[in-house]
Design a protein around this ligand. Structure first.
Ligand code: ZN
Ligand code: ZN
Length: 360
């Protein structure tokens, strides 16, 4: 089976054949149809996610079930599925309390060995998925069935970029009708946050990004204003657009101190700041303590957009099918599996909103 492997931190992607291991009783074997290329894949290659190498990278994925294990319930061959970045065990206290995105069983299903390299090394799969491959063997807790006729590349985006971005606006930050929202960082996840804010009824959506292509995309996706951080401080520009007040909700989608502060200072007193971007490991975020106290801002981490995958993935698919969420325009590049490194290079160069590897 052809895969894109991470062999070690900061090494280039290795395209190679591996020998898949037999599926277990709770596993599904899925024919991969499309896998999105996400900045988290690059974060993984840099060692930010602490993956056990070699590992099949890629995590934003849709496909069709080929085989089901003897203990699998609720899936049959032919089902269309989207990979979930987190499992849903259904029985831990988080799952039982409506926070399946924080399920406690993550490690047991993510760390399984799924294949062997030609030189005999055990191969794991990124987040238990491993989307840059022809097939994947995944625990049933990582699969979400959807009823949809959407193209597979649009379905794949639901699994990470759309859930993380739109979910941050709709679920974590709880954008309300008529509110004002700033999105700091407008790659694929940021574009999804802009659309999530639009669907939630925001009156004003300010898209902040230094790259003009991404600002233009954001305007097409429902942003009402754009801010180029190079043209002056982001908070100053956001306040100028909000009668000096700041936005009700600021969503940070970069993951570094400077942009978290930009988002923080762009939010109004009493506003909400949601951080979505993945920070480098062992870094900390500092906030001005007096202002944090006096301005009573709510600063909240947003993990996977607080998405409840079993119900929300179908809702996202329905929103796309109804023309209410534009997934098609988010996809600016298509690639084949051997071109994963090129896809990463293009993403880093900044000219890509979302690239998708197609396997058909
Ligand atoms: Zn991702
Ligand atoms: Zn759980």
């Amino acid at each position: 089976m052809l895969t894109a492997l991470m062999r070690g931190v900061d090494q280039p992607v290795s395209i190679e054949e591996v020998e898949p291991l037999p599926a277990g009783p709770t596993d599904l074997v899925v024919e991969i149809e499309a896998s999105g290329v996400c900045h988290s894949d690059i974060s993984a290659m840099r060692g930010y996610l602490g993956l056990a190498n070699p590992t099949i990278i890629g995590h934003e994925v849709s496909g069709t079930v080929l085989e089901v294990g003897t203990e699998v319930r609720g899936f049959t061959p032919g089902d269309r599925v989207i990979g979930s970045l987190v499992p849903q065990c259904g029985s831990c206290s988080w799952c039982l309390n409506g926070q399946t995105h924080l399920c406690a069983t993550t490690m047991s299903v993510r760390e399984r060995v799924r294949a062997r390299t030609s030189d005999g090394l055990p191969v794991t799969a990124m987040l238990g998925l491993g989307a840059f491959a022809e097939r994947m063997t995944i625990d049933q807790q990582l699969a979400v069935k959807v009823n949809s006729d959407l193209p597979s590349d649009q379905l794949a985006l639901i699994g990470c970029g759309i859930a993380t971005g739109a979910g941050a606006a709709m679920f974590t930050a709880g954008v309300r009708p008529g509110s004002s929202v700033a999105v700091v960082g407008c790659g694929g996840v940021g574009q999804a946050a802009v659309q999530g804010a639009r669907i939630a009824g925001a009156a004003q959506i300010i898209a902040v990004d230094p790259i003009s292509l991404k600002r233009e995309h954001a305007l097409r996706n429902g942003a009402t204003h754009v801010v180029d951080p190079a043209a002056g401080g982001t908070p100053e520009q956001v306040r100028a657009l909000t009668h000096g007040r700041g936005v009700d909700v600021a969503i940070e989608v970069v993951g570094i101190q400077a942009t978290v502060l930009d988002a923080y200072h762009s939010a109004r007193r009493g506003g909400t700041v949601a951080t979505v971007g993945i920070p480098a490991p062992d870094t900390t975020i500092s906030l001005p303590a007096t202002d944090f106290f006096r301005a009573e801002k709510r600063v909240v981490g947003s993990y996977y957009g607080s998405t409840q995958v079993r119900t929300d993935f179908q809702k996202f698919a329905d929103l796309i099918e109804a023309g209410r969420f534009d997934a098609e325009s988010m996809i600016t590049h298509h690639y084949r599996l051997p071109d994963v490194q090129q896809a990463f290079d293009d993403l880093e160069a900044g000219g890509v909103v979302r690239g998708v590897i197609r396997h058909d």
